[in-house]
Write a protein that binds this ligand. Structure first.
Ligand SMILES: [Zn+2]
Length: 59
């Protein structure tokens, strides 16, 4: 089965990195609401992805 979750996790990571690179308020620390939302999305997807990896391994 294609790893859609991994693709979305990578896309969220790229979106967050791209935002940080172009947003002066987010260059030092997570500053603006848009950047925080992107980070939360990335963190949630990363968490879900890593959780699934762990579940696969322990099975
Ligand atoms: Zn920002």
């Amino acid at each position: 089965m294609p790893d859609d979750l991994y693709q979305r996790y990578q896309a969220a990571h790229r979106a967050h990195q791209a935002h940080i690179a172009s947003c002066p308020r987010c260059s030092d620390n997570p500053g603006c609401p848009a950047g925080q939302r992107l980070y939360e999305t990335f963190a949630r997807l990363q968490d879900a992805y890593l959780t699934r990896l762990k579940q696969r391994r322990t099975r």
